[in-house]
Design a protein around this ligand. Structure first.
Ligand code: ADP
Length: 232
């Protein structure tokens, strides 16, 4: 199984690229969705976060007010680290469960879409790692337009993250999304061809089919050895 890592910075276009993978039939494991699930009312993650941040982060329904929580953690790096520490184990296990389900289904190539792929050191599980990069001015403009935020809030959000240039240096494949959507679609076609090339042997043995072949080979060899041994 090939697990492609997909990451970027806020508003660099990662979700847009993720949607292109889905549209082309490649399953995507979305860490943001899993993180959201790990904060659902009544889960262990929810209990830990409410105990640490207090009931003032809750909506009247009891669900976490994600905007309020976002404002708290984006203005305080210590609280941001605390939130990451509380939720990280639940997010990791959720991600591994999703990957396992896709493995059982027999998927050969999947995408792991994780905003904090490098920060959470999950890049070591993925090959290749794709970084969706954008120039700083375009990133700020797109973030302000998408989230209807002012320049100060948008800049704070961008500056709270690992720099996009640093992520670009760690990438195997860089998608430069500073141009138009049409440019992105063209760039994506090139990347899709590259990442869906035939599996190498290691990737094949890590697929469900590979594991079944390996197991079948072992059983055949054991039975053959037994037969030879019995006939001696
Ligand atoms: P991320 O998931 O990295 O935060 P998004 O995929 O949500 O970023 O993209 C941020 C915003 O920029 C969205 O509103 C999206 O529609 C827009 N966008 C993405 N790529 C382009 C592009 N090439 N041209 C114009 N707008 C874009």
């Amino acid at each position: 199984m090939r697990i492609i890592g997909l990451t970027g910075g806020i508003a660099s276009g990662k979700s847009t690229v993720s949607n292109l993978f889905k549209a082309n039939g490649i399953p995507v494991v979305d860490a943001d969705l899993i993180a959201r699930d790990s904060l659902r009312k009544g889960t262990v993650g929810w209990k830990k976060v409410v105990a640490a941040f207090g009931e003032e982060i809750l909506q009247p329904s009891g669900e976490v007010d994600r905007v309020k929580l976002g404002q708290i953690v984006f203005s305080d790096p210590g609280k941001r680290q605390l939130l990451n520490r509380l939720l990280a184990p639940h997010i990791s296990s959720g991600i591994f469960l999703e990957i396992f389900k896709l493995w059982v289904k027999g998927s050969k190539v999947i995408v792991l879409d994780v905003p904090l792929l490098f920060e959470a050191k999950m890049d070591k599980w993925t090959k290749p790692v794709i970084v969706v990069w954008v120039d700083p001015e375009t990133q700020l403009e797109r973030l302000m337009a998408r989230d209807k935020s002012n320049k100060e809030d948008a800049s704070n959000r961008i500056n709270a993250q690992m720099s996009l240039d640093l992520k670009r240096n760690k990438a195997d494949i860089v998608i430069d999304n500073s141009g138009s959507i049409e440019d992105l679609n063209e760039e994506f076609k090139r990347v899709l061809l590259q990442v869906t090339r035939p599996l190498n042997w290691t990737e094949f043995w890590l697929t469900r089919q590979g594991a079944i072949s390996a197991l079948t080979s072992v059983i055949v060899v054991v039975l053959a050895c037994k037969k030879i041994y019995n006939s001696l």
